[in-house]
Write a protein that binds this ligand. Structure first.
Ligand code: HEC
Length: 155
């Protein structure tokens, strides 16, 4: 335990990644539940891990990855006009729903085998929910799914 804590501290100092403590029961809750509990400001901090490759503000351009302003609800692998998407991502079809973003951010290479998004994924379900809420608040503003009253984690 002590070793885990000091390891986490060392990683934090090294990578300067935000260390957010989430309730582990919430981290594995259904997506609607997680999104309802998510916080866009925490998502903004988590987005610092994406910002080397992505912009998210209106009018900002592509980097190593496509511009993400308004990405929720946008066609998958086609939304940023000038970006050269892989055939793998283009072939997925449909639009970025909350669910599909959650799956993509869990494991990009599993979601679209052959993608060149060199990012391992966010294993914590609340990290994903926070960052998806942040993305939604930057140009999409789609209504969040309603959590089912039966799916609440036991308290
Ligand atoms: C090392 C660079 C890199 C990092 C870090 C990265 N991405 Fe990406 N991202 C890419 C690339 C490249 C693509 C295009 C992939 C393709 O065409 O297969 C992409 C595609 C995407 C897409 C699809 C956009 C569309 O128009 O269809 C989303 C959403 C996305 N990234 C979100 C994120 C989020 C959120 C993070 C951080 C948690 C992140 N990415 C981290 C490089 C990166």
């Amino acid at each position: 335990m002590i070793r885990t804590v000091s390891l986490a501290l060392a990683c934090c100092v090294a990578a300067c990644a935000p260390a957010v403590k989430h309730d582990p029961r919430l981290s594995s809750a259904p997506l609607a539940e997680r999104l309802a509990a998510a916080d866009a400001n925490t998502g903004a901090a988590i987005f610092s891990r994406c910002a080397a490759c992505h912009t998210v503000t209106q009018g900002a351009g592509d980097r190593g990855g496509p511009a993400l302003y308004g990405v929720v609800g946008r066609p998958i692998g086609r939304g940023s006009d000038r970006f050269n998407y892989t055939a793998a991502l283009e072939a997925v079809g449909g639009v970025w729903t909350f669910e599909r973003l959650d799956a993509w951010l869990t494991d990009p290479r599993h979601f679209a085998p052959g993608t060149n998004m060199m990012f391992a994924g966010l294993p914590d379900g609340m990290d994903r929910a926070d960052v998806i809420r942040f993305l939604n608040e930057n140009g999409s503003n789609l209504p969040l799914p309603t959590p089912s009253p039966n799916s609440r984690p036991a308290r």
